[in-house]
Design a protein around this ligand. Structure first.
Ligand code: SF4
Ligand code: SF4
Ligand code: FES
Length: 231
């Protein structure tokens, strides 16, 4: 098959043999190991856990370690490029700094009040909050949604789907202590109200999460807090 790879200097063409159950990450790894050791790309777990292998494949952001060549091959060709909406460091490697900075800006870190000497908190799996928190907890921080979101492209300050999904997960965590601060952080111009509900993030999320639904939840929570005069 023909593989077009976006290098720092422009697209480069490679010929890669087909293998059974071959993934796009296998293809990129073959190129780097057998054809051009200078190709820069990033991966770690190869099993859909770490979120580091995301790239743009035939124009669509995807996790490459779980994307089979059979699913994406078009006319015996694959085009691989770095994720959109993030600065490129080299070849297929993007700088994730602003993506994780936005998690921090959306207060994406858990802060409870119990110590290690306290018993585990008992949170019923069937409670509404727990179900909503669980719906977004499996995020692997791959930035596929961030790369798919046009609002991020138009407004680079926008917190984006992953950071807002994380904020909503914590707002539903009954052990969390900073939720008003978090609502303030996501209520501004670059926060949940900037989302145009295009749903590209939800369509592309490889873990099947719905940042769009999380953002809708944040909008409701911000409106309620405003009505109560809490913000
Ligand atoms: S639903 Fe919102 S966050 Fe998701 S892609 Fe659309 S504008 Fe971006
Ligand atoms: S919400 Fe989905 S697409 Fe976005 S970073 Fe998390 S796992 Fe990746
Ligand atoms: S290499 Fe870890 S998710 Fe793909």
């Amino acid at each position: 098959m023909k593989v077009l790879v976006k290098r720092t200097a422009g697209y480069q063409e490679f010929e890669v043999p087909r293998e059974p159950s071959q993934t796009v990450l296998d293809v990129v790894t073959y190129i780097q190991r057998k054809l051009d050791p200078t190709l820069a790309y990033r991966f770690a777990c190869r099993v859909g856990m770490c979120g580091s292998c995301a790239m743009t494949v035939n124009g669509v952001p995807r996790w490459t370690c779980r994307t089979h060549v059979d699913r994406v091959l078009e006319k015996e060709t694959i085009t691989v490029a770095p994720l959109r909406n993030l600065p490129v460091i080299r070849d297929l490697v993007v700088d994730m700094g602003e993506f994780f900075d936005k998690w921090a800006r959306a207060k994406g870190q858990f802060r409870g009040e119990q110590t290690r000497r306290d018993d585990f908190a008992k949170v019923s799996p069937s409670s509404g909050n727990r179900r909503q928190a669980d719906a977004g907890i499996e995020c692997i921080g791959c930035a596929v949604c961030y790369s798919a979101c046009d609002v991020v492209k138009w407004n680079p300050d926008y917190l984006g789907p992953a950071a807002l999904n994380r904020a909503w997960t914590l707002i539903n965590d009954v052990r969390e202590t900073r939720n008003l601060e978090r609502l303030r952080a996501v209520a501004g111009d670059a926060g949940c109200h900037a989302c145009h509900t295009h749903v590209s993030c939800t369509e592309r999320c490889p873990k099947g999460l719905s940042p769009t639904a999380s953002i809708a939840g944040l909008k409701r929570a911000v409106a309620k807090a405003l009505v109560k005069g809490e913000l």
